[in-house]
Design a binder for this molecule. Structure first.
Ligand code: KG4
Ligand code: ZN
Length: 355
C-alpha cells in the first residue's frame, strides 16, 4: 500500500510517500525557520498559515519524485497530536479532504510514536523490545518499547524539555531561533569546565534509580552566570560547552541507566536533540563499554518529517487495518494538541475506531 505522510505539528511542513512493499519513495520538507526567526520563537498563527501554503506543493513534489500519481495512494497519514492546535488542524484537514475525495482512509498518528518508531525504518535489524530516548523541543522521555503501541514511561522531564532548554539558553546567549543547533555549534568551539553548572537529578538517580529529568534549573544557572558579568566570545563558547556537556551527561547517563534497569540492550534515540554530536559520542562510548547497541534515524530524519508519520501508520495498519481511522464524513475529525504517548496502548485501536 502507498501511504502519504503529512507532518504539521509545529514549524516544519513534512510530506513523504512510503510504500509498504518498497519502503520510502519520496520525502520533502519545508522548514519555517526564517519565518519565525524575527520573533525569536514559533508564532502559532504564522505556522498554521504557512502549512496551508506548503503541504499541497510538497505533496506534488513527493509524487513527482517517486513517479506516482495521487490516485495510487492507499491511505493518508497525518500527525494528530501533540503539537500546536492550528498547525495540526491544517495537516488533519488536508489528510481528511484527500481521504474523502479519494475514498481512502485518513489515519491519525501520534507525533512521538512517529519519532520513536522511525529508527525501524532505517535499521531493519532493530527488533522489539528496546529503550527509547525521546528528546525534542517539547519532550524528554525514556520509554520501554515492547512492541507497536506498547510504550511504558520510565522517566520524563518535570519542567523544560531538553530541546527547550537548548533553545531558551541559546536565546539568552543571543543565538536566535532555533537555538539548539546554533548553541551546539558554539559549544563545539568552547571548553567545558571553566564554568560550573549542575547535572540536575544525576546524584538523585544514583541514590534512588529515578529516571526523571529536570532542566529548568540549568537554564537558571546559566542566566545567573550570564548576568553576573559581561562575557567575551571565548567565555560565551565555554559557557555553551559547559551547558551542552551538562545536558548531554544527564541524558546519556540516564539512558544507559534505563538499559541497565530494564535489562534491555538496544537504545533508540529519536527527536531533534538526537542530532546532537556530543550526545551521540557519549552514547556510543557508553554503549561500547556496556555492550549496548545505540540506533538513530539518519540526521535529516531526527527532526520532524513526514516519513516517520507514514511509516508509523504503515506499522499500525499492518497490525490492525482499522487503526484510528475516523469517518470524517460522518463524525468530523479531531486533533489532540495534548496527548500522552502512554495512552497509545495497542488495545486502544478498537476504542479509536468508534470515536
Ligand atoms: O523533534 P524536533 O524537530 O521538533 C519537536 O518535536 O520539538 O526537535 C526540535 C528540537 C529543538 O528544540 C532544537 O533546538 C533541538 O531539537 N535540536 C538540537 C540540535 N538539533 C536540533 N538540540 C541540540 N543539538 C542539536 N544539534
Ligand atoms: Zn518532533
Amino acid at each position: 500500500m502507498l501511504i502519504l505522510g503529512i507532518e504539521t505539528s509545529c514549524d516544519e511542513s513534512g510530506v513523504a510517500l512510503y510504500d509498504t512493499d518498497r519502503g520510502l519513495l519520496g520525502n520533502a520538507l519545508y522548514s519555517q525557520v526564517s519565518l519565525h526567526a524575527d520573533y525569536g520563537g514559533v508564532v502559532p498563527e504564522l505556522a498554521s498559515r504557512d502549512h496551508v501554503r506548503r503541504v499541497l506543493p510538497l505533496t506534488r513534489d513527493v509524487l513527482v519524485q517517486s513517479g506516482r500519481s495521487i490516485g495510487d495512494l492507499g491511505a493518508v497519514a497525518y500527525t494528530q497530536g501533540p503539537g500546536l492546535a492550528g498547525a495540526l488542524l491544517v495537516g488533519a484537514s488536508i489528510a481528511h479532504g484527500l481521504g474523502y475525495a479519494l475514498r481512502i482512509p485518513a489515519v491519525g498518528i501520534h507525533h512521538l510514536e512517529g519519532h520513536l518508531l522511525s529508527p525501524l525504518l532505517f535499521t531493519p535489524a532493530l527488533r522489539f523490545p528496546f529503550v527509547a530516548l525521546l528528546v525534542s523541543g517539547g519532550h524528554s522521555q525514556l520509554m520501554r518499547v515492547r512492541g507497536i503501541g506498547q510504550y511504558e514511561l520510565l522517566g520524563e522531564t518535570h519542567d523544560d524539555a531538553a530541546g527547550e532548554a537548548f533553545d531558551k539558553t541559546a536565546k539568552l546567549l543571543g543565538l536566535g531561533y532555533p537555538g539548539g543547533p546554533a548553541l551546539a555549534r558554539l559549544a563545539d568551539g568552547g571548553r567545558p569546565g571553566r564554568f560550573n553548572l549542575p547535572r540536575p537529578m544525576l546524584e538523585h538517580m544514583e541514590r534512588t534509580g529515578d529516571l526523571n529529568f529536570s532542566f529548568s534549573g540549568l537554564k537558571t544557572a546559566v542566566v545567573t552566570l550570564f548576568n553576573r558579568q559581561p562575557l567575551d566570545a571565548i567565555e560565551r563558547a565555554d559557557l555553551a560547552a559547559e551547558f551542552q556537556c551538562a545536558i548531554v551527561e544527564v541524558l546519556a547517563r540516564k539512558a544507559l541507566e534505563a538499559l541497565r534497569q530494564t535489562g534491555l540492550t538496544q537504545l533508540v534515540v529519536a527527536g531533534g536533540v538526537g542530532a546532537n554530536r556530543l550526545l551521540r559520542e557519549r552514547l556510543a562510548a557508553g554503549g561500547r563499554r556496556s555492550g549496548y547497541d545505540v540506533h538513530y534515524p539518519p540526521l535529516e530524519f531526527c527532526t520532524d518529517n513526514g516519513a516517520m508519520i507514514a511509516f508509523a501508520a504503515a506499522l499500525r495498519m499492518q497490525q490492525d487495518p482499522g487503526f484510528r481511522i475516523q469517518d470524517s464524513a460522518k463524525d468530523g475529525f479531531t486533533v489532540r494538541p495534548r496527548w500522552d504517548l502512554e495512552e497509545l496502548k495497542a488495545a486502544s485501536s478498537a476504542l479509536s475506531r468508534s470515536s
